[in-house]
Design a protein around this ligand. Structure first.
Ligand SMILES: [Cu+2]
Length: 225
């Protein structure tokens, strides 16, 4: 994972726009949803009663936003664990001559739905971090297009017609990932306990730390060295 992350965050901090955190946490909530068809995961409300579920509930603090750049936290398990992809598709919409949201964090293998909700002809032109075109489609009002991201990378999303339209899709290969809020706070519910490498990204700053996640509540302070 190191190589691609270095490549991504050496390129542009724009993808970590603070306003996007809300949409992002929705995604992650879905990613860690309770409908996990894994036998070891109880179907009960693990988030509400973390100590009874055998799962972990992470509450943490990362560095606060630096301008538009907010922190991202990724958990990379040392053991092989199976965390199913969420059923719900993340949506990147076009409206008001803008992409909404401007930033999406998705897991490798997830499908993103691209929609156009206004009577204005746009395109969705997705390029990988090397600048290679991944796809380029025209989008009419009411149209919907789905694409599955099988490669972890940072993708720029532009509209060829309106140069002010820009979004970024960050595809990660970790089962748990979250964007911190502007104060640096984040939560991750329903994490399978075990040893993880926790990566904190804030613009070009990156910190890795090995942590032991246990069942129940875990507090992570990622603000220091
Ligand atoms: Cu456009």
């Amino acid at each position: 994972m190191l190589a691609w992350l270095r490549r991504i965050f050496a390129v542009d901090g724009r993808c970590l726009t603070g306003a996007l955190a809300a949409a992002f946490s929705l995604l992650v909530t879905a990613a860690c949803g309770t409908e996990a068809p894994v036998e070891s995961m109880p179907a009960s409300s693990a988030a509400a009663e973390p100590t009874d579920s055998g799962l972990a509930h992470l509450v943490g603090t990362a560095p606060p936003a630096n301008g538009v750049v907010v922190s991202i936290v990724l958990l990379d398990p040392h053991a092989e664990i199976d965390v199913p992809l969420p059923d719900e598709l993340p949506v990147l919409d076009q409206y008001g001559r803008a992409f909404n949201p401007e930033f999406l964090l998705v897991r490798r293998g997830q499908t993103v739905r691209f929609t156009n909700s206004e009577d204005d002809l746009h395109t969705v032109h997705v390029k990988d971090s090397a600048g290679e075109s991944v796809f380029n489609i025209a989008t009419l009002f009411g149209s919907s297009y789905e694409f599955t991201f099988d490669q972890e990378d940072s993708y720029d999303v532009i509209c060829n017609t309106h140069t002010e339209m820009f979004a970024n899709i960050l595809v990660v290969d970790t089962p748990y990932a979250v964007v911190a809020d502007r104060d640096g706070a984040f939560t991750l519910p329903d994490v399978i306990p075990g040893t993880y490498t926790v990566t904190m990204l804030n613009g070009k700053n990156r910190r890795d730390r090995e942590v032991e996640i246990v069942a129940g509540r875990n507090e992570l302070d990622l603000t220091g060295q």
